[in-house]
Ligand binder design. Structure first.
Ligand code: ADP
Ligand code: ADP
Ligand code: MG
Length: 544
């Protein structure tokens, strides 16, 4: 081992240069003997949106719990109760002193949006209206309900609404409060790009209300949103599950770029042996190949025509990766279920005899079964060197193999579900939102694993996702949904990447450029010179 990691190096590399000096001190919090330890805390600032960027399992939620006053940090002494007086002593003279002082005296009001919105229905029995009612402290609830498009689900029981609806309800419940400090632990899971932009704008507006002096703290993996939203950024690094260090604040651009580079400039610290790189490539052009599926025009409606989906007829080619994009509530998962055979179309017939492997959007694998037992029940290849190289390693499964499915975090569950889907022997692999809950590095690794799997096995894959970069890297062609969410949806036949991206982003009125240094896609400021010229040229994503 290189001395940093508690166990073996997760990167198979011993290139880590220097130990963070923080590790000589006692942590801010330690969960137990040999358990996760957190070093450093982010600094909320009035009038600012402060971002936190870091891998899963590095202590971001732990830091949020501490600053939200839900847990008193124990300064490493996990056998005794935490004590705010001691915490205050530790942070005297830092930017956190005033905040911790007020927190200790009960002088600050805090609103927090929890990370796992899926758990809200276990804690709340009632409908959306009842949940939101008690949060309306600023008289802003009505407007939040409209802007977040929550009105249609106001009278629905909380345990019956979708993940994207739950996420928006949870965000509204947090932002409706009248607080000094708002903590938003991941805002984008299950939201489409348009909804992400609206949430970013709402958070920005609260911070920009000068009279109120509000501080906003946002944990987020979507770099494009963080980029638009935050004023300053703390990077969190370390070894997931073992320890995490929160840096001093950086400018957003530097923070993101240093994080991706794997090297923190001010700290003079390597946090990863290699950079996370973003590949810029010309839009893929599909090559003619054999047709796997030819499907006719399809339609499907729910209930009394409350929602109607129309799918234009088309073809899916053998060994292509087909990307699927569109807003939420437009019928993407419905189409996946039609192809998977778990739903029957009202019109049109799907009578292909194909084996389909399907990873649904909401992963329901809450069995009390170990991950290794579960995966070995799916494939005989489990544990073979080929399976390890192609599936287990890129999806970083070694550390979760012995855990129970029901104990996994959101990101861990997602990676196991992707592995389970790709491990099946199928003609068509359907992946519904594989990026949800994954951190930046996990997304890049999962994307590479899926693409490589498709290429090595001549597999045909359909990927529904809101992560535009993931779709660009994965897909050979694109299917675009439009319509009116929750009312009617329309799907185009698979089209060339460039045309599809332009059609999709024109509908959203968003253009992307590439960051000069890292190549990562960035959303252009609406009305900026680039935004206008790209729109004029009709090039919303690809340049040149
Ligand atoms: P992040 O938000 O960055 O994903 P978390 O703060 O949720 O990370 O968790 C950091 C680490 O602390 C994880 O390994 C997690 O399993 C562990 N952890 C979180 N809460 C507890 C707890 N109550 N007791 C013991 N370990 C915990
Ligand atoms: P997407 O995947 O694009 O978010 P979905 O296919 O999940 O969209 O849903 C499209 C619309 O159909 C939504 O308004 C959703 O609430 C509704 N819907 C989905 N499943 C059902 C169902 N079983 N019964 C009634 N309405 C449904
Ligand atoms: Mg977290």
């Amino acid at each position: 081992t290189c001395g940093i990691c508690v166990e073996k190096c997760p990167f198979d590399a011993i290139e880590i240069i220097n130990l963070p000096s923080e590790l000589d001190e006692e942590p801010v919090h330690r969960y137990g003997d040999n358990a996760f330890s957190l070093y450093g805390l982010p600094t909320p600032k009035p009038g600012n949106v402060t971002g936190i960027l870091g891998p899963n399992g590095i202590g971001k939620s732990t830091a949020v719990h501490a600053l939200a006053g839900e847990m008193v940090p124990n300064l490493g002494d996990y056998e005794s109760e935490g004590d705010w007086e001691r915490v205050l002593d530790r942070f005297r003279g830092t930017g956190l002193q005033n905040y911790l002082q007020s927190l200790k005296e009960g002088d600050v009001t805090v609103a927090r949006k929890p990370q796992y919105v899926d758990q809200i229905p276990n804690q709340f029995d009632g409908n959306t209206r009842e949940l939101l009612e008690r949060t309306d402290e600023r008289g802003a609830l009505d407007s939040l309900i409209d802007r977040l498009n929550i009105r249609p689900v106001m009278d629905q029981p909380i345990d019956s609404i979708s993940g994207g609806e739950l996420q928006r309800v949870a965000i509204a419940a947090c932002l409706a409060r009248d607080a000094d400090f708002y903590f938003l632990d991941e805002i984008t899971p299950y939201l489409d790009i348009g909804q992400r932009m609206i949430v970013a704008r709402l958070i920005r507006e609260l911070a920009d209300d000068d009279a109120a002096e509000r501080s906003m703290l946002v944990v987020e993996h979507d770099l494009a949103i963080l980029d638009l939203l935050a004023d300053t950024l703390h990077v969190a690094y370390g070894e997931p599950g073992a320890y995490g260090v929160v840096t001093d604040p950086k400018s957003v651009r530097n923070g993101i770029n240093e994080y991706l580079k794997g090297y923190l400039d001010n700290e003079n610290m390597r946090i990863r042996p290699s950079a996370i790189t973003f590949e810029e490539h010309a839009p893929r052009v599909s090559s003619r190949s054999e047709t796997l599926i030819e499907y006719p025009e399809l339609s499907k409606s729910y209930g009394d025509g409350e929602f109607e989906l129309h799918v234009e007829g088309g073809e899916i080619n053998r060994s292509e990766v087909l990307g699927v994009v569109g807003p939420n509530g437009i019928g993407k998962s419905t189409l996946a279920k039609l192809f998977a055979g778990s739903l029957e179309p009202d019109e049109g017939e799907l009578d292909f005899a194909l084996d389909i492997a399907y990873k649904p959007q909401y992963i329901d694998i809450d069995q009390p079964m170990r991950v290794d037992v579960f995966l070995s029940s799916i494939t005989d290849d489990f544990g073979s060197s080929y399976w390890n190289t192609e599936i287990a390693q890129p999806l970083q499964l070694d550390r979760v193999m012995e855990q129970n499915l029901s104990d996994l975090s959101g990101g861990e569950r997602q990676r196991v579900a992707i592995a389970a889907c790709l491990s099946e022997d199928a003609d068509l692999y359907l992946l519904d939102e594989p990026s949800a809950h994954l951190d930046v590095e996990q997304r890049v690794r999962a994307t590479t694993a899926i693409r490589r799997y498709a290429e090595n096995h001549d597999a045909t894959v359909m990927v529904i996702d809101h992560d535009i970069y993931m779709i660009d890297l994965l897909a050979d062609r694109l299917m675009v949904f439009d319509g009116e969410p929750a009312e009617r949806g329309h799907a185009t036949p698979p089209q060339e990447m460039r045309d599809g991206m332009n059609e999709f982003l024109a509908d959203l009125d968003i253009t992307f450029r590439r960051d000069e240094r890292t190549g990562r896609p960035r959303i252009n400021k609406p009305g900026s010179q680039l935004d206008s010229s790209q729109k004029r040229d009709g090039e919303y994503y690809y340049s040149g």
